[in-house]
Design a protein around this ligand. Structure first.
Ligand code: ZN
Ligand code: ZN
Length: 556
């Protein structure tokens, strides 16, 4: 969430909540691969590319408070007002905590409660982070859980191919249990932040991602290079006495901001993504000099990490980027931004919220009337993840107003590799947007009297036509705002939509079994590090082959 809060029109004491809009790819197993978005085969479901923001019907009757994903990921976590998590997308390495399914449709998301994971009654999920193939959840009791790829300990468990069900990750410091409030995740590591502003990391140290000053690089059997793996959260000592309030991670780097607005960066530094003026990996958190003060207005207010870039918005709302964030010209691989530079096209915008997806960049800024305006750009966006409209280009080189979102108050964005979610306050403009899925096979007549006549009221979620007088109790007039039919209310919030998804069996939750305690050869593990969305790794720099393995270097 942005530090500069958006105007909140809700009058109750409820936390700010909204409804989910979705655009971009929904063909979860194929995203980022050839043939994505071509639709289903035979009787299978259609998983289209959505070229404009669509109302996500399945979660339309759930009050969502935050949405989470990764710029390198194809899965999402939405947290609702009751502290339940809703998960959907690609289930790579069982990162959704379920087994035997390749993906979970956005039309039939999984609901997870902290009590399902053994948390005490009353515990809520308060934060979540997604890596490429793993997920970290945070509870209101300060607990952390991880599921998914654990080849390098990124789920906080003894190294194994995957943690197939959410498993608790104890975070302790000097023998005391720490209360975690936020999480961030890269491809091969995770970061957690405690209520006192301490930062802990776990996973692979190969490029300094753990911020503990070492990669542990060494030659192992077969002349291969190995690096340290920390399977238990370790304290980032360099940030001692700083009260960190925000953490964000790209696939292999992290930004953290303290309560005064000083920004720290560490990890992989290809294309100068850390904005420190060089390409040397930072093995420990380093202060970004431009935002170190003393003038408070030039210090950080919001931070964001992209696949090969970083964003800092200062307290005046000025927007700065470092690294590679486009494909040609200044800011591309040939001439990345080696330090944080402002973007000319949006100089006049006061940035309240910034996000980066696979190839997309997003910001929310007040328009001339003070209404939040959503601005986006991204070269080579191919699945509709910019959501600019059916007849508009899918890709945009320069910052562009998202016209379909005009008049809609967006207050959170989760920008994934090929898909974007928005959290928006429902209003009349919102209700005019298309709904996903488009066709949910509603009954042809009123479900109560079975008559196809008169002027029935249509359910906002499932399109079923109900006569006002057939409802119990009957309604005298069309209700203002959203309306959900008795069937959708009975099915419970977040129930599946569409005949296909309603009939589908619910996926089974996985249960993690720790691997036997034997040393495995290093190359037994699939190396998550060498992923397509961060393909600069391993080509421009030394090949990261053969990392991993259970053998840990003894520290002197
Ligand atoms: Zn009727
Ligand atoms: Zn309905």
């Amino acid at each position: 969430m942005a530090t500069a809060a958006l105007p909140d029109s809700t009058t109750s004491k409820d936390p700010q909540w909204g409804r989910i809009l979705i655009c971009g790819g929904t063909d979860w197993p194929k995203l980022g691969k050839k043939g994505a978005g071509k639709g289903g085969e035979g009787d299978g479901p259609i998983n289209p590319d959505l070229l404009e923001p669509n109302i996500l019907r399945s979660l339309l009757n759930v009050k969502i408070t935050s949405v989470h994903t990764s710029c390198a990921g194809c899965h999402f976590v939405a947290i609702d007002i009751d502290g339940q998590a809703w998960l959907f997308g690609r289930n790579g390495s069982s990162c959704l905590g379920v087994v035997d399914v390749e993906y979970v449709s956005e039309n039939a998301p999984i609901r997870l409660k902290p009590t399902d994971l053994g948390a005490p009654a009353g515990t809520k999920f308060v934060h979540a982070a997604c890596g490429r193939n793993h997920t970290i959840l945070v509870g209101s009791d300060g607990s952390v859980w991880g599921a998914g790829a654990n080849t390098l300990g990124q789920c906080g468990q003894t190294v194994c191919p995957e943690v197939s069900g959410f498993k608790n990750v104890p975070v302790t410091h000097q023998g005391n249990r720490e209360r975690v409030v936020k999480a961030a995740a890269g491809t091969t590591f995770s970061v957690v932040l405690t209520d006192t502003g301490k930062v802990f990391t776990f996973g692979s140290a190969a490029n300094g991602q753990l911020g503990n000053g070492t990669t542990g690089e060494r030659i192992v059997t077969g002349n291969k290079t190995a690096y340290d793996i920390e399977t238990k959260p370790i304290y980032v000592k360099e940030l001692h006495e700083k009260k960190i309030v925000k953490i964000v991670s790209g696939p292999q780097h992290t930004l953290a901001m303290d309560d005064t607005g000083v920004v720290y960066v560490w990890g992989y530094n290809g294309y100068c993504r850390l904005g420190l003026g060089d390409q040397k990996d930072a093995l420990k958190p380093k202060v970004v000099p431009q935002f170190a003060g003393p003038n408070p207005s030039t210090m950080g207010a919001d931070i964001c990490a992209g696949p090969s870039s970083s964003i800092i918005a200062d307290k005046q709302g000025m927007f700065y980027m470092a690294g590679k964030w486009k494909n040609s010209g200044d800011g591309s691989s040939g001439s990345p931004y080696s330090t944080f530079r402002f973007i000319q096209d949006i100089m006049g915008c006061k940035v309240m919220h910034a996000r980066s997806g696979g190839v997309t960049h997003w910001l929310i800024t007040p328009d001339d009337d003070g209404m939040p305006m959503t601005v986006c750009w991204g070269q080579n966006a191919a699945n509709g993840e910019l959501g600019l409209g059916l007849d508009e280009p899918k890709s945009a080189t320069k910052p562009t107003r998202n016209v379909p979102l005009q008049g809609i108050e967006v207050f959170d964005i989760a920008a994934g590799q090929n898909t974007t979610l928005f959290l928006a306050k429902p209003n009349d403009k919102f209700s005019e947007l298309p709904r996903h899925p488009e066709d949910v096979q509603p009954p042809g007549a009123c479900p109560k009297c079975r008559k196809d006549e008169g002027d029935p009221l249509e359910c906002d979620k499932c399109d079923s036509p109900w006569h006002l007088h057939c409802l119990s109790p009957p309604l005298a007039e069309i209700p203002a705002g959203e309306w959900f039919c008795p069937t959708c209310v009975a099915a419970g919030p977040g129930s599946a939509v569409g005949t296909y998804w309603k009939k589908l069996k619910k996926p089974k939750f996985g249960v993690h079994k720790p691997p036997p305690q034997v040393a495995q050869p290093a190359d037994d593990y699939d190396d998550d590090f060498d992923d397509s969305s961060d393909s600069d790794v391993g080509t421009k720099r030394k090949a990261p082959a053969g990392r991993g393995g259970a053998a840990k270097k003894k520290r002197s």
